[in-house]
Write a protein that binds this ligand. Structure first.
Ligand SMILES: Cc1cc2nc3c(=O)[nH]c(=O)nc-3n(C[C@H](O)[C@H](O)[C@H](O)COP(=O)(O)OP(=O)(O)OC[C@H]3O[C@@H](n4cnc5c(N)ncnc54)[C@H](O)[C@@H]3O)c2cc1C
Length: 452
């Protein structure tokens, strides 16, 4: 029986453990904190749960548009904390019982490599256990990057992990970093009623995203009173009697009640004993090949630690593919993760989602594409929802009609993108999408309109 030891029980480790055990491996998973990982405890799930609460508040504020009387909702931080804890414990329980039902042994403690085939767990009660392994999977994730000039005090100066919710809802939050995480926190706290200033190091929020998409978000932020400080980099944060001041490299100074850093992440590779087994790293990330194998053939890495796309969905997919590979279940041609086809979303208002080839990328590589676009204003359902913001854009091959990518900005974009995701993965054509008989009235109908 293949002996598999996994270090880290986030989406990558979980998926790998479940599938490998189902395929017949003897699996031990070592987890330091919570089954479900940082994704469930600290990042993905709590942030989306807070955004959902903010979304409910925004919806109530717009209730006049639905033919109701105006409502001004107020946030209850304690109730919100209880809600987050409840979601986390339910997810933890369902993951733990799934792993248990597959016969996975969970060891709570800190794992590290002693050599190529031995893993040590230092358990929560101080005991040590050593496991012999035929195969090892490293999936320890990442944590927020904190520069040396930022002294996180979890009170006024926060990392993203201190904001679920912070001790008090900020009166004026200064968010540093305008990538996906930064803009989601801007949206979240602005929905709760905080004034927000966003420090944007370039001239566009969401650097690297389709400028047309980023422009819609910027416009929405400005309408909501969010201040954008463009072309500025924060260099230090001072605490004052009643808040903070953030100093920027161009001399500008922003005062607020709280500051939140969202400037990327660093891998959890320190203390993992990678050097004991000869596992190669680059900038702390474990270097992997197309099968998620490290420089040591029986040691794999998945999730954020592998330095590929830092998404929960990608982490789970890598975990599953590793299980298939190491248990000899890989189907030829289907066992590699195609990172270029990963759908991703930004949970702002409006939501933003995309998959596959972006229009700007096609342009920069000189690839001829057909771009079709429809606005939400043409959708009956969008008007029924009283939310006609946004558009759907499909990128296809002009010769074959194959769907190469797409972007959606608007309500439920993160759900709607699944159709384009399936089309991109299965090489469907715009004709296939157009010919699908969809439900009326729905937002999905816009997908077939955009494929026309
Ligand atoms: C604010 C925020 C919001 C996000 N929102 C989304 C989203 O909406 N959608 C999405 O797809 N992605 C989202 N992400 C990204 C997503 O959270 C990560 O890509 C995902 O968590 C990576 O999964 P993982 O399995 O690599 O590791 P993690 O989820 O980080 O889990 C790793 C686990 O390993 C454990 N561990 C670490 N070191 C050791 C050790 N030595 N021994 C034992 N255990 C150890 C940790 O305790 C942790 O439980 C978000 C990230 C952030 C920061």
């Amino acid at each position: 029986m293949t002996k598999l030891v996994i270090i880290g029980g986030g989406p990558a480790g979980n998926a790998c453990a479940t599938y490998a055990a189902r395929f017949g491996a003897d699996v031990v998973m070592i987890e330091d904190q919570i089954i479900g990982g940082a994704a469930h405890l600290l990042d993905c799930v709590p942030s989306k749960a807070m955004i959902a609460t903010g979304g409910a508040m925004a919806f109530l504020r717009r209730s006049k548009g639905m033919g109701l009387e105006d409502v001004e909702p107020h946030i209850d931080p304690d109730a919100l904390r209880t809600r987050l804890a409840d979601i986390q414990s339910r997810l933890r329980d369902s993951s733990t019982s799934l792993l248990g039902s597959q016969g996975v042994r969970i060891v709570y403690g800190r794992g590290s490599l002693l050599d190529e085939h031995r893993v040590m767990a230092v358990c929560d009660d101080g005991t040590e256990e050593i496991f012999e392994a035929d195969m090892i999977v490293l999936s320890t994730g990442s944590r927020p990057r904190i520069p040396e000039w930022a002294d996180i005090d979890q009170n006024r100066i926060l990392s993203t992990r201190d904001a679920y919710p912070p001790p008090e809802i900020p009166e004026h939050l200064v968010v540093i970093g305008s990538g996906v995480t930064g803009v989601e926190f801007v949206h979240m706290f602005n929905s709760f009623g905080s004034d927000v200033t966003l420090i944007v190091s370039r001239q566009q929020v969401l650097p690297g995203k389709d400028p047309e998409v980023a422009a819609v978000l910027e416009e929405n932020f400005l309408e909501r009173g969010v201040k954008l400080l463009k072309g500025a980099r924060a260099t230090s944060i001072d605490t004052t009697a009643d808040g903070v001041t953030v100093n920027c490299d161009d001399g500008r100074v922003v005062a607020g009640s709280h500051a939140l850093l969202a400037i990327g992440s660093v891998p959890n590779s320190d203390g993992l004993g990678l050097e004991n087994a000869g596992v190669d790293t680059k900038w702390g990330y474990v270097e992997i090949d197309g099968d998620c194998r490290s420089s040591v053939p029986h040691i794999f890495a998945a999730g954020d630690l592998s330095g590929k796309l830092p998404l929960s969905s990608v982490a789970s997919m890598q975990g599953r593919k590793i299980a298939e590979t190491l248990m000899g279940r890989a189907t030829h041609g289907h066992n590699r993760v195609d990172y270029d086809k990963a759908a991703s979303a930004i949970f702002t208002e409006p939501e933003i989602a995309d998959v596959g080839l972006a229009e700007a990328d096609a342009f920069s590589i000189g690839r001829k594409v057909r771009v079709t676009k429809v606005p939400f204003t043409t959708s009956a359902k969008a008007l029924i929802n009283d939310d006609p913001r946004g558009f759907i854009k499909i990128i296809s091959d002009p010769a074959t009609g194959e769907v190469l990518g797409g972007s959606i900005v608007g309500r439920h974009a993160a759900e709607l993108i699944s159709v384009l995701s399936l089309a991109v993965t299965a090489s469907l054509t715009v004709r296939d999408v157009y010919d699908s008989l969809l439900v009326h009235p729905t937002l999905s109908e816009l997908l077939s309109d955009a494929a026309e």
